[in-house]
Design a protein around this ligand. Structure first.
Ligand code: WTA
Length: 758
C-alpha cells in the first residue's frame, strides 16, 4: 500500500492512487465472487452521483449474496464469545495489516480485525485515523486511564498531538481530492410538507455557505473555544451552522427544538454561551412551531443575561410558499436591535474566504446535554480527533456505505444520532444525506416510504418507536410504495422488540435488507454494539457484536462481581475507544461519579445486557427500569416485548410502583392498534400472555389501555412521568414541556386507578 498517513498538502496524487488501488482490489474481489467484472467497471474518478447506479448495485449485491448474511431465522452462529475473540491473525482473510479494509465482508474478517483492535489498539486506531486528513498526523494514539483510584484519575486522550479540522474533513477535503465532488449532492432537504419546494445542496454550495456563515460568526466576535448554542429545526441551515462552528473552532451546543425556554436557559447558562443561533420557526407535522420566540422568553431569564447576540435564520428563506400561521409568526417576532440579526442579511456582508482553524485532536468539538438520573442535565463533551475518527469508521463499516449511496437518518440534530449519523459520520465519508424536517405520520403514515422512493434512499436509519407507530397501521401503507432502492435498514435509541424487528425486516425491507440494531449512547459518541451490514447473521431484537476496539463486560448488580458469558448483567466497557465522551462540561467529578465509580476501572453504561452463547449481545434496557417483585428481577423491556407480541397491541410501557408486600407492583400502559376495542377479555389475554411468555411469577397488576403515551419529540416514552403517575406522585411530575403532547398526561391521570384510589 502506498500511503500510511494523510496530510492536507501535497499528497493528493498519492491519495488518489491509493484510493484507486484499494478500489481496484475491492472490485477484483467482488468480481471474483460474481464473475461479472465487466458490468461494474466504473470510472473511479467520477463524482459518486454520476456512477452508474445499476453497476454499483451489482457490486454490492454480488458481494452480499456470497457473504453469510441470510434470513435471521436460519441457524445462528453457535460459537462462543471466546471463540469469536480468540482467533489469531491468521490466514482467514486477505487483509494485509498495513491499512484498514474498505469493508467488513464476513464474520471471519470481523474476528481477525476485532482481535487485532483489542491486541494492538494503537495500530488499529492509527489506521482508522488515516481515513481523515490531518494538518499534523498524531504520533501518540491512545493515552487513557479509567481508574479513578489512581493518581492520574479518569483521563481520556486520543491522538493528543494530532492537528485537524472537523469541517475541513467533512467538506473541503472531498473537493480538494476530487474537484468534481463540488457538484455532488451533499444534502437533500425534504420539507415537512411534501409539496413544498425541496432543494439539493452540493458539496460546493455547502462549502461556500459554511465559509460565509463562519465569517458571520467571526464578525460577531466568536472565537476558537467559545460556546455557541444552536436551537434549530431539522433543516440544511442547521448543518451549515454546526459545520461553521467546527470550522472556526467554536464549540456547538445544540439544544433540541422541542425543549422549553426554561430548559434552553439552563443549557445556555451551564456552558456560558454568549451567542445563540436559531430560526424564526420550524415546521413539523403541518404545524408551525416558534423557535425565536422561545429564545426571547429564555433570554428574559436572569441566567441568560450574558447572551449578547442572536443570529436568526429565516426558515426557507427566499421560498415563496409559507403557511399563514408561519407568516403571522414571522411578522409578529420581537426584535431587539443590536442583539438580533437575520442571517441572510449578515451573509451578504461577508466574503467566502475562511481558512479552517487548526484544532488539536483533544479540543472540544461540541457539548450535548443529556438527561441524568438527577434533575440537572449533563453536558457531554466530545472532542475533535477521536470523535470524528470513530463516527467516520463506524458509519462506513456498519452501514457499508459506498460512493453514490443515498443515506437517510430520521433523527433530529438535537440528539446525538443527528450529530454522529446525520452530520459528522456521513459527511466525513462524502455521503449524500437526506435531511427530513417532518414526522413519520404526516401527511400520512406512508411518509417515510414515499421519501425513500422519491430520493431513492439506499440506507435508512430510524428509531423503534417510529417503527412501532407505523406498524400499528395497515401494511398497505408500506406495500403500495416500491422501496426497491433500500439496501440497509437501521434502528437506534431503544430496544427493538422482535415483532417490530420482523415487521421492519419483512414488510419494509422485504427480507432483502439487514437490520442494523445499533446500541450506543450520547456518551459513547458512536455505535458500540451493532451488526455490520451483510457480515453476519442476525437475530431479531439483538444488537449482536461489539464494534472494533469495544470490550464488553457484565457485572452482577447485587454482588458487583464480574460475570462470565453466557449471562445477563449490567453492561460495562473495559477500555477506552476514540469516540468516548471526555468529561461533562465543567463537571469532571460528576462524570467520574456517574460513569466510573460503580465498577472501578470500567465505564458503566447504565444498561442491562445478556451475552448469549454465540457471543451476541442483547440489550435488555436501562438497569433502572428493572423491577424487583417478590425477589424476582424483571426487566420492564421484557414485559413490554411480551405485551407487544399480542396482535392487537401497538406499543406498551411498563413501570413499577411501590408495593408493601411484593416490594414493587407492575403497571402496564398498553396502546392498542387502530379500531381494536378495549375489553375485559383482552385485558385477561394480555396478563396471560405475559405469564406464558416470561413465567408465572410475572403477572401484571394493572393493564391500562392508553391511546397515547407521553413521548419526547425524539420519540422516547417518558417512563419517569409514567412512574410518577402510578406511584402516585402527581404533584412531582416534573417538566412535561418537552413532550409532543403534554395533554396526554392528564388523560392518563384521569384513567389511572391508583391515582384515583390515592
Ligand atoms: C438505549 C442514543 C437497546 C440504551 C444513541 C442507551 C438502545 C440509551 C439501543 C442511550 C439499542 C440505544 N438497543 N437500547 N439498539 N440504542 N438504546 O443517549 O438504553 O439518547 O443507554 O443515545 O438508549 O440513549 P441516547
Amino acid at each position: 500500500m502506498l500511503l500510511t498517513s494523510r496530510y492536507i498538502h501535497g499528497k493528493t496524487t498519492i491519495r488518489h492512487l491509493t484510493l484507486w488501488h484499494k478500489n481496484i482490489i475491492e472490485i477484483r474481489r467482488s468480481a471474483s465472487l460474481s464473475n461479472t467484472f465487466s458490468t461494474f467497471h466504473v470510472p473511479l474518478t467520477s463524482p459518486p452521483l454520476q456512477i452508474n447506479r445499476t453497476s454499483h448495485h451489482e457490486i454490492h449485491t454480488s458481494a452480499a449474496s456470497s457473504a453469510i448474511w441470510a434470513s435471521p431465522l436460519n441457524n445462528y452462529q453457535r460459537k462462543s464469545v471466546n471463540t469469536i475473540r480468540s482467533r489469531s491473525l491468521s490466514t482467514e482473510t486477505t487483509w494485509n495489516e498495513s491499512s484498514l479494509p474498505e469493508k467488513i465482508k464476513s464474520l471471519d474478517e470481523y474476528k481477525v480485525l476485532y482481535d487485532f483492535s483489542i491486541k494492538d489498539p494503537n495500530r488499529f486506531w492509527k489506521m482508522a485515523a488515516e481515513r481523515l486528513d490531518w494538518y499534523r498526523f498524531p504520533t501518540k494514539i491512545k493515552n487513557t486511564e479509567f481508574d479513578y483510584r489512581c493518581e492520574r484519575g479518569v483521563d481520556i486522550k486520543w491522538y493528543e498531538d494530532g492537528i485537524l479540522n472537523a469541517c475541513y474533513n467533512c467538506v473541503d477535503r472531498h473537493i480538494e481530492h476530487d474537484h468534481s465532488t463540488a457538484q455532488q449532492v451533499a444534502l437533500i432537504f425534504e420539507p415537512d410538507t411534501p409539496t413544498e419546494s425541496r432543494h439539493h445542496v452540493t458539496y460546493g454550495e455547502l462549502l461556500r455557505d459554511v465559509k460565509k456563515f463562519a465569517n458571520v460568526l467571526k464578525k460577531h466576535g466568536v472565537k476558537k473555544g467559545d460556546r455557541v448554542t444552536v436551537y434549530m429545526p431539522m433543516v440544511v441551515e442547521t448543518c451549515i451552522a454546526l459545520l461553521a462552528c467546527a470550522r472556526i473552532g467554536a464549540i456547538h451546543s445544540v439544544v433540541f427544538g422541542g425543549f422549553s425556554a426554561n430548559n434552553v436557559a439552563e443549557r445556555v447558562s451551564d456552558c456560558d454561551s454568549k451567542i445563540i443561533i436559531t430560526s424564526d420557526f420550524g415546521v413539523r407535522g403541518g404545524k408551525c412551531s416558534p423557535l425565536k420566540a422561545k429564545i426571547d422568553q429564555a433570554l428574559k431569564m436572569k441566567q441568560c443575561s450574558a447572551v449578547n447576540t442572536v443570529l436568526v435564520f429565516q426558515r426557507n428563506h427566499g421560498m415563496p410558499e409559507m403557511k399563514d400561521d408561519c407568516a403571522d409568526l414571522r411578522s409578529s417576532l420581537e426584535w431587539k436591535d443590536g442583539r438580533d440579526f437575520w442571517v441572510h442579511e449578515e451573509m451578504e456582508k461577508v466574503n467566502e474566504i475562511c481558512e479552517p482553524e487548526r484544532m488539536n485532536a483533544e479540543d472540544p468539538l461540541f457539548i450535548l446535554y443529556t438527561s441524568g438520573s438527577t434533575g440537572k442535565p449533563k453536558g457531554i463533551v466530545h472532542t475533535t480527533g477521536g470523535y470524528l475518527t470513530y463516527t467516520n469508521l463506524t458509519f462506513k463499516y456498519v452501514f457499508d456505505y459506498n460512493p453514490g449511496d443515498v443515506y437517510m437518518c430520521t433523527a433530529d440534530v438535537g440528539w446525538i444520532t443527528g450529530h454522529s449519523y446525520a452530520i459528522y459520520g456521513p459527511m466525513s465519508n462524502r455521503a449524500t444525506t437526506v435531511i427530513f424536517e417532518g414526522v413519520p405520520t404526516y401527511p400520512d403514515v406512508s411518509r417515510y416510504w414515499n421519501i425513500i422512493d422519491k430520493h431513492q434512499v439506499n440506507i435508512f436509519y430510524t428509531a423503534p418507536t417510529a417503527i412501532r407507530s407505523l406498524m400499528a397501521h395497515d401494511d398497505k401503507y408500506v406495500t403500495h410504495t416500491s422501496r426497491q432502492s433500500l439496501k440497509v435498514l437501521g434502528s437506534v435509541g431503544e430496544p427493538i422488540n422482535p415483532e417490530a424487528w420482523e415487521w421492519y425486516h419483512t414488510v419494509v425491507g422485504e427480507k432483502r435488507c439487514p437490520i442494523i440494531d445499533s446500541w450506543w449512547q450520547t456518551e459513547t459518541g458512536g455505535m458500540m454494539i451493532t451488526p455490520i451490514a451483510h457480515a453476519w447473521e442476525l437475530e431479531p431484537g439483538v444488537a449482536t457484536l461489539p464494534f472494533f476496539g469495544v470490550q464488553t463486560k457484565l457485572f452482577d448488580k447485587a454482588t458487583k462481581k464480574p460475570l462470565n458469558p453466557p449471562n445477563s448483567g449490567e453492561l460495562c466497557i473495559s477500555d477506552s475507544w476514540p469516540g468516548q465522551a471526555r468529561t461533562l462540561y465543567g463537571a469532571h467529578e460528576r462524570f467520574v461519579d456517574v460513569y466510573f465509580k460503580q465498577y472501578p476501572n470500567y465505564y458503566f453504561t447504565g444498561d442491562g445486557c445478556e451475552i448469549k452463547e454465540n457471543g451476541y449481545h442483547h440489550i435488555t434496557g436501562r438497569v433502572d427500569d428493572v423491577l424487583v417483585i417478590s425477589g424476582h428481577n424483571i426487566g420492564t423491556a421484557e414485559v413490554e416485548a411480551a405485551l407487544d407480541h399480542h396482535d392487537h397491541v401497538s406499543e406498551s410501557a411498563v413501570v413499577g410502583y411501590p408495593d408493601p408486600k411484593k416490594n414493587q407492583g407492575m403497571y402496564c400502559f398498553v396502546t392498542l392498534k387502530d379500531d381494536v376495542e378495549e375489553t375485559e377479555e383482552l385485558r385477561k389475554q394480555l396478563i396471560k400472555l405475559v405469564r406464558d411468555m416470561i413465567g408465572a411469577h410475572v403477572t401484571p397488576d394493572f393493564i391500562h389501555f392508553a391511546p397515547n403515551l407521553p413521548k419526547t419529540r425524539s420519540g422516547k416514552i417518558m417512563r419517569r412521568i409514567l412512574r410518577k403517575i402510578v406511584e402516585p406522585d402527581i404533584s412531582n411530575l416534573g417538566d412535561t414541556s418537552t413532550l409532543t403532547d403534554p395533554s396526554v398526561v392528564d388523560d392518563l391521570i384521569k384513567k389511572c386507578p391508583r391515582t384515583k384510589r390515592a
